[in-house]
Ligand binder design. Sequence first.
Ligand code: ADP
Ligand code: MG
Ligand code: ZN
Length: 479
Amino acid sequence: MEFEPVIGLEVHAQLKTETKIFCACPTTFGNAPNANTCPVCTGMPGVLPVLNKKAVTFAIKAGLATHCTIAQESRFDRKNYFYPDLPKGYQISQYAAPIAEHGHLDIETKDTGKKNIGITRIHMEEDAGKLIHDPVRGKSLVDLNRTGVPLIEIVSEPDMHTPEEAGAYLRKLHAILKYIDVCDGNMEQGSFRCDANISLRPRGQTEFGIRTELKNLNSFRHVEKAIQYEIERQAYVLEQGNAVIQETRLWDPDKNRTVSMRGKEQAHDYRYFPDPDLVPLIVDKKWIQQVSDQMPELPDEKRARFMSQYQLSGYDARVLTSDIHLADFFEAAMISLSNAKQAANWVTSTLLGLLNARGLDITQSPVPAKNFAALMKLLESNTITAAVAKTVFEEMAQTGNDPFVIVRQKGLEQVSDSTELESLVESILTQNPDEVAAFRNGKTKLFSFFMGQVMKKTRGKADPKTVTPILQSKLNSEK
Ligand code: ADP
Ligand code: MG
Ligand code: ZN
C-alpha cells in the first residue's frame, strides 16, 4: 500500500527581550548558574508576575509577519506539571486564548513547488529551567537562568507531506523571525527549537493516521533526517499489519534513529486553568497598527525586489535573501558596484563556500562587505582577472587585508597591453614548435594549451579577452 506522510510542526522561539517575561531578571545566555534569578522566577510564595510589554510586541510582530489575526483579548493559563526545573509547579502559557491565530507561510521546494502552510496559532509562554546531570557526583543540579525567559510557540497545521517541505517551512520561519528581529535564531543554544508530529495514511484517504511526536531536533538537517526515518519506521509498522503507537520519540543523531521516550498512557494531564495572578491581555488596534507600521521588508518582498532592482535570477535572489544579514551584506557591497550578477555569484559560491567550510555565519565573515565590494570593483574595472581575484579573495580571507593592498604588493594587476601580450604569445609559439605544428594540422583543441601557457607565464594576470584574438591570429597566420 502507498502511504502519504502528514507532518505538523511546533516551534518554540525565544524572544530577544533583555528581561524575562514576568520579572526584571536578564535573559543573557551563558551566565553563572542561577545568576539570572529572583523570587518571581524561582517561584517563591507571595510573588506576582508582571507581563513584559516588549515580549507582547514581539509576539504581535511574529503574528503579523505570518499573516495571523491578532487577538484583541488573549489570556494566560497555568499548565500544571511537576518537574524539578519548574519551581512553581506550573508553567504560565497561553492555551485556550492565544495571542495570534489563523496565519500562513509560503514555502517553495524542488519537488512540490510553491505551497501555503497554515499556521494554527502562536501563543506566548515562559521557558522552564535546565537540569544538569553530574555523573561524577551522581547528582542532578538545577539552573534556573532560563526559567521565565519569554517564548512564542508557533503551531503549524498538518499541511506538510515531505521532509523537504518541513525543512523549507522551518528555514522560512527561522528567516522571518530573524528579519523581524524578535529571535536570534540560535539553534545550538536552543533559541529556536522544533517538535515534529508525523503520521501516515493510505494515499487518497482524508482521515489522519495516528501520529508520533519527535523531540530533540536542534538543526534543520536533523529535522529532515528524523522525519524521513520516522516515515520509514511507521510505514514498516503499518505494512506488518500493526498499529502505530501514539507516543513521543527522541531523535538520536549519533545512531540516526528515533527512540521511544514516553507513550500516551504517560501523557500529562495539565489541568489548565486561567492564571488568577494575570489579567486578560488586551491589545488594542492602535498597538497592532504601530507594530505593523514598523514591520521591515520580509523575505518574500526582499526577494522580489532583488529580482527587479538587481535583475537577479529567482535562485540567486532566494539564496541572498534567505538570511537578513546575508541580504544586508550584498546590499552594502552593491552600493559601490554595478555588476550585480557578478557580485551575487561571488557571494553565493565563493563567500558562502568559505563560510561553510569554516562553520561561520555571514556576521562572522573574515571578509567584510567593504573589502568584498573593493574586490568586485577591481574585477569590474578589469584591473584584475577572475583567476587573480580568487587568489586575492583567499588572501583576504586569511589576512583580512584590503584587496587593493594585496594587488599592489603582489603586482597582480591585469595585463591587457596588447604589445606586451603579443610578444609574450610569440615567444610561447617559438618555444612550442610541435604544438604549433599540430595545431596548424587541425588539432585546434590545443588552443586552450596555448591560453594556459599565457596564463602560466603571467600568473593568471593576462586578460583572456585581449589574448584570444592575438593567439588566434598568430596561430592561424603562417598556414
Ligand atoms: P498537542 O497539544 O498534543 O501538541 P495539537 O493538536 O496541538 O496536539 O497538535 C500539535 C501539532 O501536531 C500541530 O502542529 C498539528 O498540525 C500536528 N498534528 C496533529 N495531528 C496530526 C497528525 N495526525 N499527523 C501529523 N501531525 C499532526
Ligand atoms: Mg505537542
Ligand atoms: Zn526573575
